[in-house]
Write a protein that binds this ligand. Structure first.
Ligand code: PLP
Length: 386
């Protein structure tokens, strides 16, 4: 069973260090959603009392999300996932305003592929993966008609935090007509969103990254509708996102976000300690373990390393055999391993990038998980190097 998870998950003793991919749902969130699956299942758009109960639960959840994020309730749009929120922000801005979309090269594909498809401009990053502000200024000065700039608050692979307030100053000055969107999907566990939201027009979240369910996203549209909706039909979410709302998922999302917010400061200290011990111990016991981004530039849960002389894929196989869950982001393209687009953009050498290992911690991570990861990783690397 996962440490800290609900009792009826019958997994073997898994060491789960893949929280950036998805987090275990919080027991309180599961509990909060159950009545809306089993009893209050009415369509929240209906007119009877039963439907009003579901609608009220959504309204209360919207209030909770708005309070944590730092916006007004009517600026919260519930969507179907983080990818949808990102697609709506970038695609919807270009659809509404015309003009160009701009983003840094390390964005999640949910932003990057939209910008590329729309023929937008992709700008470079520094060696920690944060947008190169000089390049951003040059791009904004050169492009006559920028509709939207999208810059992630926290990178999903290497954990780098970008100062969105600083990005905002650049965008407001050099492209005053453009919208600024931030993909804050990986930020909710680690950053006080009140320090991010005031600087942007649009902000995306995904519930399963903070102990909520899969299949619920949030798009904050500050100051009213800013972009065209992606999904049209019945006009739910005040015409911003059609489709019958996922009442149970939305209730669980608000519950998980509120808990995450309340525990954020203590969890960040606890998990940074565990992450630092994990990386230090690997570096002590093995040569060639390179911490990809310095701890002071990234979130507490991110333990990304590049291990020389091994290939991620083989290492992940051995970890999986020992029930240690981690990930790497190299993609297998045309039969050959390709380094991730994030590491490539950061200028990490190809040979180094092929040994990338992403170990990400979260609310269920314990000292014992760290001990187990070290116990499995060290001999696995030694074996692959032999
Ligand atoms: N943006 C970032 C930074 C992410 O890490 C992810 C998920 O990995 C997404 C967007 C997509 O979120 P979802 O899985 O809810 O579609």
């Amino acid at each position: 069973m996962l440490s800290g998870s609900v009792g009826w998950v019958t997994e073997p003793a898994i060491t789960y260090l893949d929280h950036a991919a998805s987090t275990p749902m919080r027991a309180e969130a599961i509990e909060a959603m159950m009545p809306y699956l089993a009893e209050s299942y009415a369509n929240p758009s209906g007119s009877h009392r039963f439907a009003r109960r579901a609608r009220q639960a959504i309204d209360e959840s919207r209030d909770t999300v708005a309070a944590v994020v730092g916006c007004r309730p009517n600026e919260v749009v519930f969507t179907g996932c983080g990818t949808e929120s990102d697609n709506m922000a970038v695609g919807g801005a270009v659809s509404r305003l015309g003009g160009t979309a701009v983003c840094p090269a390390v964005e999640h594909h949910a932003v990057l592929h939209v910008v590329e498809r729309l023929g937008g401009v992709v700008v470079g990053v520094d060696n920690a993966g944060s947008v190169d502000l000089d390049q951003l200024v040059a791009t904004l000065d050169a492009e006559p008609d920028v509709a939207i700039v999208s810059v992630m608050a926290v990178n999903n692979e290497v954990g780098t935090i970008t100062d969105i307030a600083e990005v905002s100053r650049v965008v407001r000055r050099h492209a005053p007509g453009a919208l600024l969107h931030t993909d804050a999907v990986q930020a909710a566990c680690w950053l006080d969103l009140h320090t991010v939201t005031p600087h942007v027009d649009l902000l995306s979240l995904s519930a399963h990254k903070f102990g909520g369910p899969k299949g619920v996203g949030v798009l904050i549209e500050r100051g009213g509708p800013r972009v065209d909706p992606l999904i049209i039909g019945g006009g739910q979410e005040r015409e911003r996102r059609s489709g019958t709302q996922n009442t149970a998922g939305i209730v669980a999302t608000a519950t998980a976000l509120q808990l995450t917010d309340a525990e954020r400061d203590t969890e960040a200290v606890r998990l940074a300690g565990l992450r630092d011990r994990l990386v230090a111990e690997l570096q002590h016991r093995l040569d060639g373990v390179i911490e990809t981004v310095a701890p002071d530039r990234k979130v507490a849960g991110s333990g990304h390393v590049c291990i020389t002389g091994v290939e991620s894929e083989a290492l992940l196989y051995l970890l999986d055999e020992a029930d240690v869950c981690a990930s790497a982001a190299s993609a297998c393209a045309s039969g050959a391993m390709e380094p991730s687009h994030v590491l490539a953009a950061m200028g990490v050498e190809r040979a180094t990038a092929l040994g990338a290992l992403r170990l990400t911690l979260g609310h269920t991570t314990t000292e014992a998980d760290i001990d187990r990861a070290i116990e499995v990783l060290v001999p696995a690397v030694e074996r692959l190097r032999r």
